[in-house]
Design a protein around this ligand. Sequence first.
Ligand SMILES: *[C@@H]1O[C@H](CO)[C@@H](O)[C@H](O)[C@H]1NC(C)=O
Ligand SMILES: *[C@@H]1O[C@H](CO)[C@@H](O)[C@H](O)[C@H]1NC(C)=O
Length: 228
Amino acid sequence: MPRTTVTLVSIGLCLLLDGIWSASGDVTSTVPTATTSKMAEVQQVFEQHEVIPDVVDAAPKEFARISYPSGATVEGGNELRPTQVKDQPRVEWTAKPDTYYTLFMVDPDAPNRKEPKFREIGHWLVGNIPGTKVEDGDHMYAFVGSGPPNGSGLHRYVFLVYEQPAGRIDFTQAPRVSNRSRNHRVNYKHREFVKQYGLGELVAGNFYQAQYDDYVPTLHAQLSSGTE
Ligand SMILES: *[C@@H]1O[C@H](CO)[C@@H](O)[C@H](O)[C@H]1NC(C)=O
Ligand SMILES: *[C@@H]1O[C@H](CO)[C@@H](O)[C@H](O)[C@H]1NC(C)=O
């Protein structure tokens, strides 16, 4: 089954389970109800900010939990300043045992949301993450923070975690991009990568928005400082 179908089926299943539990009047049935309302909330927030359909076709199962060394946290479209999100965040989700995941961070709003001719910018790409140990994955695109140009308004920065249904993947042919380079980052198509490498279910996601602040020139200088 294509991923979209699987996601829709699992949402449907959750709603169905919720109906059964509610109908039974079982007051201890808080887990399915909480799961259902959470899934509905993720979908609602992704649709409200048009991350569906601009970046993904269906909502992830849950919000990824994302926090920065600055103390900032990502909360379904909240606005953060580039200064607050300049360092690599901690990303967590509900991982299954013995399972590998791929993590993306993309900006679909380059150079601006109205005319996103550079959609997407690849900010971060790590594959073969065992559980949620991002540091132990294959780092393909080094993390870079937000650099929305002055006057370009709010950009959405979207984190997506996909399950790797067939275990470890050979990513040796995929490019490696340092945090000092724009190579391979502009007009990135994360959906093509998902298809090419047979990634599975979108298990978690989240996003924030940011507009220009005085950290942006520093980031742009950094991205122009290397060749790799
Ligand atoms: C950013 O844009 C505003 C308005 O367009 C302008 O006044 C300001 O000087 C710009 N700032 C920088 C650092 O370019
Ligand atoms: C860029 O990457 C290098 C090497 O991994 C790292 O030491 C440095 O802290 C990174 N810089 C930023 C601003 O993330």
